[in-house]
Design a binder for this molecule. Structure first.
Ligand code: ASC
Length: 231
């Protein structure tokens, strides 16, 4: 059990470090290599899109997925842990929605077409599924009214959907980084591997590694929260 605990801590600290670095890299990208942040219909407003997506939809969602795995919370009530899980996911959903407002607002101000790219289709699919997942989780698992039979039936779907959405977000992020670099890097072009290309490719790899660590942590059966007799 001690060995398992040390392994868990090593993986958790690695995930926190890589997730935190992903957020920092995104900030450095928009503040140093791009034009910075603002809310004025220009590229400064667009830049909120990657910042809010990586902070909310990648980092906070990743933490929300593994929050039941933290051994020191196992003596906390299930209701408290569900509230933390729901609260983190609500914050992530709000950031994801503001990130969409930023990009649509920027497109409309600049007369750039909306919803034509694969990035936008995959990303919007993830946001819609996430909102449905949040509502399902709230009404079925957090509020006390749903019978145990309904909870037991929907729990595997909730777990599967959560991981599917997380994976879909990471796929959308990688496509978004790619298309932004192809659009924005003209001279020197992306194909000549300028410093911004190297930096942002590295950001993409960090996000992929964060996803890999969260997926590993959450799929270890021995790291699951011990189940209470009547829940
Ligand atoms: C819940 C909860 C669980 C599951 C279980 C059904 O609401 O706290 O552990 O649903 O009861 O599998």
């Amino acid at each position: 059990a001690m060995e398992g605990y040390r392994g868990f801590l090593a993986l958790l600290l690695s995930a926190l470090l890589v997730g935190f670095l992903s957020v920092i890299f995104t900030l450095i990208w928009v503040l140093h290599y791009r034009e910075g942040l603002g809310w004025d219909g220009t590229a400064l407003e667009f830049n909120w899109h990657p910042v809010l997506v990586v902070t909310g939809f990648v980092f906070i969602l990743g933490i929300a997925i593994i929050v039941y795995r933290l051994p020191w919370t196992w003596k906390c009530s299930k209701l408290l842990m569900k509230s933390i899980h729901a609260g983190l996911n609500t914050v992530a959903a709000i950031l994801a929605i503001i990130s969409l407002v930023a990009v649509f607002d920027f497109h409309n101000a600049k007369k750039i077409p909306n919803m034509y790219s694969l990035h936008s289709w995959v990303g919007l699919t993830a946001v819609i599924l996430y909102i449905l997942q949040l509502l399902l989780g709230f009404f079925v698992f957090l509020l006390p009214w749903a019978p145990l039979s309904v909870r037991a039936l929907l729990m595997p779907i909730h777990v599967y959907s959560g991981l599917f959405i997380f994976g879909t977000v990471i796929a959308a992020v990688l496509m978004g980084l790619t298309e932004k670099l192809i659009f924005a890097l003209k001279s020197p072009s992306y194909s000549s591997l300028p410093p911004e290309g190297v930096f942002t490719n590295t950001l993409g790899l960090l996000i992929l590694v964060f996803g890999a660590l969260i997926f590993w942590i959450v799929t270890r059966p021995q790291w699951k929260r011990p189940k209470e007799p009547n829940s």
